[in-house]
Design a protein. Structure first.
Length: 365
C-alpha cells in the first residue's frame, strides 16, 4: 500500500521591481480599495497600500530549462480537491498558486491552510488574497483532523494566513488542530508553519509550548535588506527571535525555516542569512526560486542557477543544519516528510541542452 502524506500549510512565494509614486490629488480610479469583511483583494488592490509600490510586469521573462514541474495523475488531483471541498478546507497549494501542485496532489500530498483564505498582510510576492478575514470556523480543527485520519496520513503540515486581528495571532486555533489531529491520528507527525505572531509572540509561544507539534516552522522569506519591499508589517530580527525562543522553550522539537531567492539578494547575503539561522538554533532549511504569481506581483529579479543552490547546500552542511534543501522548485512543505527523515533534496529536472552557470552569466540571464 502506498504511503500517503498530506501537508497542511500556508504561504510562501515572490519578488519586485518598485517605484515610489508621486502623490496624487483628487478622485482617482487608482485609489486603494477598502475591503468589506470576507472580501478578497488581489493584484493591484492588494499591494496598493504597501510602502514600496509594484510596477506591473509588461512581459514576463522566459523561464530557464531547470524550472520544470513533473506532471502526475489528474485523477488523484481531482480526488484530493473533492475531499478538500467536502470538508470546507483550503490549501496553500491552491491559494498561493504553488507550481508544485500537480506533482504534490498527484502523489497524494497537499498543504492545508487554516483560519480561512484571507490574509491580513500584503506581501507582494504571495498570491494569497488580502482583506478583512471572516470569523474563525470553530469546526475547522475537527474537519482538518477528520481529513488527516480519513486519508491515512503519516505526516501533516498545517499552516495559516496571518491573522493580526486575533489576540493570540491564531496560536490557539493551531493548538486545537494539533489536539484534534492527535486524537484521531496519534501516529501522524505534525509540522506547523506559523506566521510571525508579531505583537502577540509571547502569548503564542506559551500556547504552542504547551501544545506542541513535531516540527515548528516559520519562514523568514528573504534577506533583511529586502524586508521593507517584500515583507511589509514584518521584522527580520523578530522572525529570528521567534525561532530561537521556541527552540529554547522546547529543545526537543525540530525547528525549520524557509526563504526565497531571485528577489534581488546577493549570494553573500544568502550566506549571511544562513549564518543567522544557524546562530538562532534552526534545524531544517528550505530555499527555493521565487516565481511571480501574476504580472501584478513583484517581478523575478533573476533565475538562480542550480549550481548556486548547490553552493548554498554545501554552506548549510558546513554550518551543521540537520538537513538543508535548496533547489529551484523547493518550497517550505515540498516533500516535508522526506526532509524530516534526512533524505537529500531531489535534483531539478533539466532540459536536453542544460545551460551552464557561466553561459547564463554571459547571456545576461
Amino acid at each position: 500500500m502506498t504511503k500517503m502524506v498530506y501537508i497542511l500549510e500556508a504561504t510562501m512565494t515572490s519578488s519586485v521591481q518598485t517605484h515610489n509614486p508621486a502623490p496624487t490629488t483628487g478622485k482617482s480610479a487608482d485609489r486603494p480599495k477598502r475591503p468589506e469583511v470576507g472580501e478578497k483583494l488581489r493584484g493591484h488592490d492588494k499591494v496598493a497600500r504597501i510602502p514600496i509600490k509594484i510596477i506591473p510586469t509588461v512581459e514576463t521573462p522566459k523561464k530557464p530549462d531547470w524550472i520544470r514541474v513533473k506532471l502526475s495523475s489528474p485523477a488523484e488531483v481531482g480526488r484530493i480537491k473533492d475531499t478538500l471541498r467536502q470538508q470546507k478546507l483550503y490549501t496553500v497549494c491552491e491559494e498561493a498558486a504553488c507550481p508544485n501542485l500537480p506533482q504534490c496532489f498527484g502523489d497524494g500530498t497537499a498543504t492545508f491552510m487554516i483560519m480561512g483564505d484571507i490574509c491580513t498582510r500584503r506581501c507582494p510576492f504571495c498570491d494569497v488574497a488580502h482583506g478583512r478575514p471572516n470569523a474563525l470556523d470553530e469546526l475547522e480543527p475537527i474537519h482538518t483532523a477528520e481529513t488527516i485520519a480519513g486519508l491515512g496520513l503519516k505526516y501533516a503540515v498545517i499552516t495559516s494566513v496571518d491573522r493580526d486581528d486575533l489576540r493570540d495571532g491564531g496560536a490557539g486555533h493551531f493548538a486545537q488542530v494539533i489536539t484534534e489531529s492527535r486524537k484521531l491520528s496519534p501516529n501522524c507527525l505534525i509540522e506547523i508553519l506559523v506566521p510571525d505572531f508579531r505583537g502577540r509572540e509571547q502569548v503564542a509561544l506559551d500556547i504552542l509550548t504547551e501544545t506542541t507539534p513535531d516540527v515548528f516552522n516559520h519562514n523568514i522569506e528573504t534577506v533583511p535588506r529586502l524586508y521593507k519591499a517584500f515583507r511589509p508589517g514584518s521584522d527580520y530580527q523578530h522572525s529570528l527571535d521567534l525561532l530561537k525562543q521556541y527552540k529554547a522553550r522546547r529543545p526537543d522539537i525540530v525547528t525549520k525555516c524557509g526563504f526565497m531567492v531571485g528577489l534581488g539578494e546577493t549570494e553573500e547575503e544568502v550566506y549571511a542569512l544562513l549564518d543567522d539561522l544557524r546562530a538562532h538554533d534552526v534545524d531544517l532549511i528550505t530555499i527555493g526560486q521565487y516565481l511571480q504569481p501574476s504580472k501584478s506581483h513583484a517581478p523575478v529579479d533573476r533565475f538562480v542557477h542550480p549550481d548556486e543552490f548547490d553552493r548554498y547546500t554545501e554552506h548549510g552542511k558546513k554550518l551543521g543544519f540537520a538537513n538543508i534543501w535548496a533547489g529551484p522548485m523547493v518550497r517550505s512543505s515540498y516533500f516535508a516528510d522526506r526532509q524530516y527523515y534526512g533524505e537529500p533534496c531531489p535534483r531539478p529536472t533539466r532540459g536536453t541542452n542544460p545551460l551552464s552557470e557561466a553561459d547564463m552569466k554571459k547571456s545576461g540571464c
